[in-house]
Design a protein around this ligand. Structure first.
Ligand code: UDP
Length: 327
């Protein structure tokens, strides 16, 4: 059996990755401290509860399962929180990742797939964001992810740690079979907050800023379906297995949608009113983040099939109505 250690496998993206890995013939071993993850989301392979800073538990997991590779999703990922509590992001994301990377090297597990972010690029007016764009993060979330990318490069030079880095744009949608889906507590992301507001589960959505220099004044993001995103991870794993070496890939569709456009699509998909109010900008937000790269398509053979805004909201809505986790 070919095991892959999946940190954050009980979280939103990690749980979808576990499902995709299982479908591709691997055994995903979830390593998660359950602080933001959900045990109910661990459905596709063994589970080890542990923190990334806990070397003894990490070492034991590597010894027991002998994974051929690591997929590292576990992280704090809220821009707003990162602005208010940067130390938490540096400690959790960077210290935790360093501990994991050291444990992987010590165990001789030298293929590493890392979940990074377009937030490492920061604000670039009228510049196409591809993998060569300068990384100038605006917040501690992006900065912590960039630091981990740097650690991976150093560990490749010193110990031969091969890595595929995926810089995600905005991940959305859910497993169409609704076995797993997006469920954060607290929730901060646009689409799940909006679906909650539509259902009356929370107050109206606040649109963060209507005075950006965009056609309708709201921020523009490039949304990619979580199932397409994790398919790219499986391709990234195979890329490493084939010995193709370290590489960075953006994962976005190249199409940008404003917050107002997302609201309009949600109204159309759900056939319900979207209660929202207009509010001030959220500190740390960039005006526009859209991928300008086709590297994943051309080199990995990635073919996104569900990343239209309509399908992402439809799948999120189905999960939203069907799914939930209990601690
Ligand atoms: N957003 C919003 N109201 C909310 C949450 C998000 O207007 O309650 C906006 C946010 O300013 C950004 C976009 O929606 O422009 C996507 O935000 P999200 O937090 O989902 O992802 P991020 O871009 O921060 O990774």
């Amino acid at each position: 059996m070919t095991h892959v250690l999946v940190t954050g496998g009980a979280g939103y993206i990690g749980s979808h990755a576990c499902k995709a890995l299982k479908a591709a013939g691997y055994v995903p071993v979830t390593y998660d401290n359950l602080i933001t993850g959900w045990q109910d989301a661990v459905k596709f392979g063994p589970f080890v509860q542990g923190d990334l800073t806990d070397r003894a538990t990490l070492d034991a997991a590597f010894a027991e399962y002998k994974p051929i590779a690591v997929m590292h999703f576990a992280a704090l990922s809220q821009v707003g929180e990162a602005m208010k509590e940067p130390g938490k992001y540096w400690h959790n994301n960077v210290t935790g990742s360093l501990s994991l990377i050291e444990a992987a090297v010590a165990a001789g597990c030298l293929d590493f797939v890392f979940s990074s972010t377009c937030a490492t690029y920061g604000e670039h007016d009228n510049v196409v964001l591809d993998e060569e764009t300068n990384q100038e993060p605006l917040n501690a979330y992006g900065a912590s992810k960039k630091a981990i990318e740097d650690i991976l490069k150093d560990f490749e030079a010193a110990y031969g740690l091969r890595h595929v880095i995926f810089r995600y744009f905005n991940v959305a949608g859910a497993d169409p079979e609704a076995e797993v889906g997006e469920f954060h507590r607290p929730e901060t992301h646009l689409i799940p907050l909006m679906l909650d507001a539509i259902e009356g589960k929370r107050d109206a959505l606040t649109v963060f800023g209507t005075d950006y220099e965009t056609p309708d004044g709201t921020c523009i993001r490039d949304y990619v379906h979580v199932c397409d995103l994790v398919d790219a991870h499986v391709l990234g794993l195979k890329w490493l297995e084939e010995g193709k070496g370290s590489r960075v890939f953006n994962l976005g569709t190249g199409s940008g949608f404003s917050v107002r456009e997302v609201i309009d699509h949600s109204r159309a998909v759900t056939n319900r009113d979207v209660p929202y109010v207009e509010g001030p900008r959220r500190p740390g937000d960039c005006t526009k983040l859209v991928s300008g790269s086709v590297r994943a398509v051309e080199e990995l053979g990635w073919t996104p099939t569900r990343s239209t805004l309509h399908t992402m909201i439809e799948d999120a809505w189905r999960w939203h109505q069907a799914g939930h986790y209990d601690k």
